[in-house]
Write a protein that binds this ligand. Structure first.
Ligand code: SF4
Length: 621
């Protein structure tokens, strides 16, 4: 029997043999793993080995939605998972838009690709029927053109997830794009898609989903109003995610000049004015055309913008907070139009804006330090030079000149050049997002132990430090930002909670103000289960440890749970002046709390407690 809220179906696609296999999701697996990235982790652990080349036929590429998708607001999110070609470990990315809804309506909760197609193909799923189609007509096209052409070829009402030219040429910063500018950005999963010669997935369906108890849903909805109210108070609807820039720059959250200084300064201009030049309020006043919302979300944090004149003309999706940080403060670039243009290039070619912006900032510093020269780049590349920043982004997008090397990220570039690794800021080769762990020390432990490396969506613990933390987490004191005490607990709980949200799948912006009790109520209303908040948090913990188990298989240990040297250098000015995290102390606390060994391996007792006997056997015999 299929659990209410699910299709209960997996589609396996072998691209080498062009064959398909349908499988069911058992009730037990649905309740144990929920869906999304946690269910994906189960399948990846079953098949993908320590020695599996992420770009080989043996790597799996998984698209997954969860039980909340289509059963509640703000749940149009899908997850992509695979062994990452950028990091060589667990890879995961998620995206909003419409695709998640249409994938689920088309009849499947999970799509698993293996093998490599001989020629470019796309998967077309229409009301539960599927076929691989020739994609040679869209191979080489950018993500926007690809979507338009494939919608014409299939059904204009369908939804497309695809790669751009960067994914086709297997750039390790390539991402998966959907719905005209939404991105499953991190970990280079667009390169996995490109290596399989899979250009796109197009889904259409009309299947309806309805929770079992609308009464319980009504109750949770009243709480959702409060949650959306929280987001509105923060300004997510009016200013988009860029409101975080306006809000958090004074505490030094947003990194500056490739993480080397703590405060953005210009002669005779107050810092507040400099940050404001690229903030959410300025975007709203000058270039905003309309708001954008993922299907069924009342928050609507997306932006549509238009640059009408000058060298950076564009029209389309506007930059999110992360992109503003990466191409803005990180590069000392206060030209908002140029950031929009760089964002557009990344969207078109299918690249992760966080890692690309970080790599551009790294290249600027490498030029400053004499590691790269004008001859290497082809032009002068200096801090704050908007035209040069966009030009280099275009070279990265097209794989031209030095752009080809840079499209594989900071660590690959520094390794190839044999210098500059100390300038790169990453965890496990994934460039850090735009939240400085020196500003909120829980972020240091969160980044260092993150399963996909330097990422925030797997546990945005700084939000816990500013109050978005349910009382049920049991953090009974208010630790200061720069304290180590209590940070392991905050990081672990928010990691488990975020893992849960990414399994369920609900947007973290909306889920963060929720409590595990409310999420349990919601899932019970959808499925008819009787999950408690405690059991639910255990599902989150199980998901986090499953992915850790995969990373342990790949050789990850305590030595890898660290930060780049720059994160241990204090800056003189700004919101975290003089502060560095005591990572060693927090790691000791964290491992103990997680029930991991001193070397960062989940203990046998923990794995058995989490009902993961196969993983316990693999790691402990
Ligand atoms: S809050 Fe923003 S990202 Fe999240 S579902 Fe709503 S529109 Fe999409």
């Amino acid at each position: 029997m299929v659990v209410n809220g699910y299709n209960g179906k997996i589609l396996r696609v072998n691209l080498t043999t062009s064959s398909f296999k349908e499988e069911s999701i058992s009730d037990a697996d649905a309740r144990k793993y929920l869906g999304g990235s946690t269910l994906a982790a189960k399948y990846i652990l079953e098949k993908v080995g320590a020695k599996t080349d992420p770009l080989s036929a043996e790597n799996l590429l998984i698209f997954a939605v969860g039980p909340m998708t289509l059963n509640f607001a703000s749940t149009s999110r899908y997850v992509v998972a695979a062994k990452s070609p950028l990091t060589g470990i667990w890879g995961e990315a998620s995206s909003g838009g419409r695709f998640a809804h249409f994938m689920k309506r088309s009849g499947f909760d999970v799509i698993i690709f293996e093998g490599i197609s001989k020629k470019p193909v796309y998967l077309w799923i229409n009301e539960g029927k599927y076929e691989l189609r020739d994609a040679s007509g869209v191979w080489g096209k950018d993500s926007f053109e690809t979507e338009n052409l494939l919608l014409k070829e299939t059904n204009p009402k369908a939804s497309v997830a695809c790669i751009g030219p960067a994914g086709e040429r297997i750039a390790k910063l390539a991402c998966v794009m959907n719905d005209n500018g939404r991105a499953a950005g991190r970990c280079g999963l667009g390169a996995v898609m490109g290596s399989k010669k899979l250009k796109a997935i197009v889904c259409f369906g009309t299947k309806q989903f309805k929770p079992l108890s609308m009464e319980k849903i009504e109750y949770v909805l009243t709480q959702l109003s409060a949650s959306v109210g929280d987001m509105s108070t923060l300004g997510m609807d009016r200013f988009g995610t860029a409101m975080m820039l306006d809000m958090f720059w004074p505490v030094g959250d947003i990194p500056v000049k490739n993480w080397t200084i703590g405060l953005w300064e210009q002669e005779n201009v107050p810092s507040a004015e400099i940050y404001a030049k690229i903030g959410g309020a300025r975007m709203r006043e000058t270039i905003l055309k309309k708001r954008y919302a993922c299907l069924g979300c009342p928050v609507g944090c997306g932006r549509e913008v238009k640059i009408e004149s000058g060298p950076f003309q564009m029209e389309g999706p506007g930059p999110e907070y992360e992109t503003l940080g990466a191409f803005g403060s990180l590069c000392l670039n206060d030209n908002l139009a140029s950031i929009c243009k760089a964002n557009e290039l990344c969207n078109r070619y299918g690249l992760d804006t966080i890692s690309v912006g970080a790599t551009v900032a790294w290249a600027i510093e490498a030029c400053e330090k004499g590691i790269l020269s004008k001859a290497d780049i082809g032009f002068e590349l200096n801090w704050g030079d908007a035209e040069a920043i966009v030009k280099l982004t275009e070279m990265i997008a097209k794989g031209e000149g030095i752009g080809k090397l840079l499209s594989n990220g900071t660590v690959a570039a520094a390794t190839e050049l044999g210098q500059g690794l100390d300038l790169a800021v990453h965890v496990k080769k994934l460039e850090l997002p735009m939240h400085d762990p020196r500003a909120f020390h829980s972020m240091a432990i969160q980044y260092a132990t993150g399963n996909r490396g330097g990422a925030h969506v797997e546990g945005w613990s700084m939000m816990g430090e500013v109050g978005f933390m349910p009382a049920e987490f049991g953090v009974e004191f208010a630790p200061g930002r720069f304290e180590s005490r209590g940070k392991a607990l905050i990081a672990a709980k928010i990691q488990d909670f975020s893992t849960l949200a990414n399994a369920a799948t609900i947007c973290l912006f909306v889920a963060l103000p929720f409590s595990p009790t409310l999420i349990a109520l919601l899932l019970n209303a959808i499925t008819g289960w009787d999950l408690t908040a405690k059991e639910l948090m255990k599902i989150g913990e199980r998901g986090f440890n499953l992915k850790r188990g995969f990373n342990v298989r790949c050789g990850i240990r305590r030595k890898d749970d660290t930060l780049s040297p720059k994160m241990f250098k204090a800056v003189e000015k700004g919101g975290h002046a003089g502060q560095v995290p005591d990572l060693d102390k927090m790691l000791n606390d964290y491992y103990k709390l997680r029930r991991w060994t001193a070397d960062g391996i989940p203990t046998k007792e923990l794995l058995l407690d989490l009902d993961l006997p196969e993983l316990a056997k693999e790691l402990w015999g």
